[in-house]
Design a protein around this ligand. Structure first.
Ligand SMILES: Cc1cc2nc3c(=O)[nH]c(=O)nc-3n(C[C@H](O)[C@H](O)[C@H](O)COP(=O)(O)OP(=O)(O)OC[C@H]3O[C@@H](n4cnc5c(N)ncnc54)[C@H](O)[C@@H]3O)c2cc1C
Ligand SMILES: NC(=O)c1ccc[n+]([C@@H]2O[C@H](COP(=O)([O-])OP(=O)(O)OC[C@H]3O[C@@H](n4cnc5c(N)ncnc54)[C@H](O)[C@@H]3O)[C@@H](O)[C@H]2O)c1
Length: 452
């Protein structure tokens, strides 16, 4: 039986990052992956999603904006299947790069579903391996609700297998995935219906910012159906009929479940180890990724931390710094985690929403600044998508504790502001900073409109 310093189960964002870092510090590392290297992010998450986002942005611009800029785009042919094939080739190359990186660092890779036999032994493909330290990094998978006909629906994984665009589609859910896939399809001029149970999408985000995005989505022709649940689905000779909670029906070519994800713990054999999970099945860890069992760690989508690739990567690398490079206090600092919903236009957030700020600091002064403007991209167009920006500050010194926005470029401009907020920047620090003109980012350092 082979022994390793470190066995990593799951070759996604967190697992690969941790395995490579451990190997760089001289550990003997085994990485076990059940399907394909890169996990969710590379294969059915961030990467194909961002390529789709980019493709649909281009499509939309070509169809609606290029003429005003003087282009004569006479052929509007678009071959979706070529686009998808190019996307998949790119992903294939990424997987190869991951494999090369692991090889170069001396990480041994085995493909197969791993199962813990006890606290130190892992079995894969009938072989047993002993690990001094074991990392669980098996991520999550999409959920399908239990209603009649639910099985006819696609998940986000299936979305990336689509080889042609439907004419009319429904997306059920209100989180990142629902909002992003709805935006992509709508920008590809697919009639898109977004169906969700409550009043708003993205309910953990700043309410006012989300309302702005919803307004833009409506303006772009996306059909929003708040306060609706899909109660059952009937297959028809062509497409599907969704039966909604208000008694109405919606006929679509296809529909996509985007109602959340569940942690991938089923195949792991956790019961043999004493590793604890919470009510939703997520593995309980402390801020150092320790589970309740010494020598077994977990990270990323398998735990309750924000389910974002850079979070999983940071957790994985910091864990390896701690275990294999004597950095005894290494842990991921999740105080200001910037995040972007790749909607059209993107919505970005760092820190607390206005609602969270008021709840967290009931006795402190909360000041809120907002700004709305038309990005220059629309200068020559009759059709405009105004951007919205917001700062949430606390105390007399007005420390900026929340920064939110919807608008072109929001995805790229957010990172630097997250650094400033991590350093405790105040509204005065923002105001002191010279703007870059003409950009969207300058709105954040020129805001004067205080909300009552
Ligand atoms: C549609 C979509 C879009 C997303 N877009 C973004 C984005 O734009 N930005 C962002 O930051 N995040 C995004 N995310 C989230 C991001 O993909 C995840 O947070 C991230 O992949 C989590 O990494 P992980 O290492 O925890 O798990 P994963 O990347 O899911 O990796 C887990 C790996 O473990 C393997 N595995 C499972 N069970 C076993 C087993 N028993 N044995 C061996 N291997 C096993 C799986 O095959 C998988 O490869 C997106 C997610 C989705 C679904
Ligand atoms: N851009 C990004 O960084 C990005 C993109 C996609 C996903 N992600 C990550 O992946 C995670 C998972 O995303 P997600 O969108 O799958 O899940 P989610 O948990 O963010 O959202 C799921 C939504 O579906 C709703 N819902 C649950 N059951 C329902 C039902 N039966 N009918 C209608 N609605 C229902 C929930 O109320 C919830 O709002 C995200 O939380 C995020 O961390 C990140």
């Amino acid at each position: 039986m082979q022994s390793f310093d470190y066995i990593v189960i799951g070759g996604g964002s967190g697992g690969i990052a941790s395995a490579n870092r451990a190997a760089l510090h001289g550990a003997k590392v085994l990485l076990i992956e059940g399907r394909y290297l890169g996990g969710t992010c590379v294969n059915v998450g961030c990467v194909p999603k961002k390529v789709m986002w980019q493709g649909s942005e281009l499509f939309h611009q070509m169809m609606t904006e290029t003429k005003a800029y003087g282009f004569d785009v006479t052929s509007q042919d678009f071959d979706f299947s070529t686009f998808v094939a190019n996307r998949d080739n790119y992903i294939q190359r990424l997987r190869q790069l991951y494999q090369q990186g692991l090889d170069q660092n001396g990480v041994q890779v085995v493909f197969g579903l791993a199962r813990l036999k006890n606290q130190q032994e892992v079995v894969v493909n009938g072989e047993s391996y002993i690990g001094k330290h074991i990392l669980l990094a098996t991520g999550g998978a999409p959920v399908i609700p239990e209603i009649p006909g639910a099985e006819y629906g696609l998940t986000s994984n299936d979305f990336f297998d689509m080889r042609e665009l439907p004419k009319k589609v429904a997306i059920i859910g209100s989180g990142y995935v629902a909002v992003e896939l709805a935006g992509v399809l709508s920008h590809f001029q697919v009639e898109t219906h977004l169906i969700y149970r409550h009043d708003h999408v993205l309910r953990s985000f700043d309410r006012e910012t989300v309302s702005h995005l919803e307004e833009l989505y409506r303006k772009e022709g996306l059909h929003l159906h708040p306060y609706q649940e899909v109660q059952s689905v009937k297959k028809q000779s062509q497409g599907y009929q969704l039966n909604l909670s208000d008694g109405s029906f919606l006929q679509v070519d296809l529909f996509i479940w985007a109602v959340g994800r569940k942690p991938m713990t089923d195949s792991l054999g956790l019961e043999t180890t004493g590793v604890r999970v919470n009510e939703q099945g997520y593995i309980q860890v402390d801020e150092y990724q320790n589970t309740k069992v010494a020598g077994i760690y977990a990270l990323g989508d398998l735990t309750c931390q924000p389910h974002l690739t850079p979070v999983a990567i940071k957790e994985g690398r910091q864990l390896s710094e701690r275990l294999f490079n004597h950095q005894v206090d290494a842990k991921a600092d999740l105080t200001y985690v910037p995040t972007v919903v790749f909607s059209h236009p993107p919505l970005g957030t760092v820190g607390l929403s206005e609602e969270e700020a008021r709840q967290k600091y009931p006795d402190e002064l909360i000041t809120v600044y907002t700004s709305q403007f038309n990005p220059m991209r629309y200068a020559l167009l009759s059709h405009k998508l105004p951007a919205f920006f917001k700062l949430v500050c606390v105390g007399k010194k007005e420390q900026v504790i929340g920064l939110h926005g919807v608008g072109e470029g929001m995805d790229e401009l957010l990172q630097g502001f997250a650094v400033a907020m991590g350093l405790g920047a105040t509204k005065a620090d923002f105001d002191r900073t010279i703007a870059i003109h003409p950009t969207a980012a300058e709105e954040f350092v020129t805001m004067t409109r205080k909300k009552d």
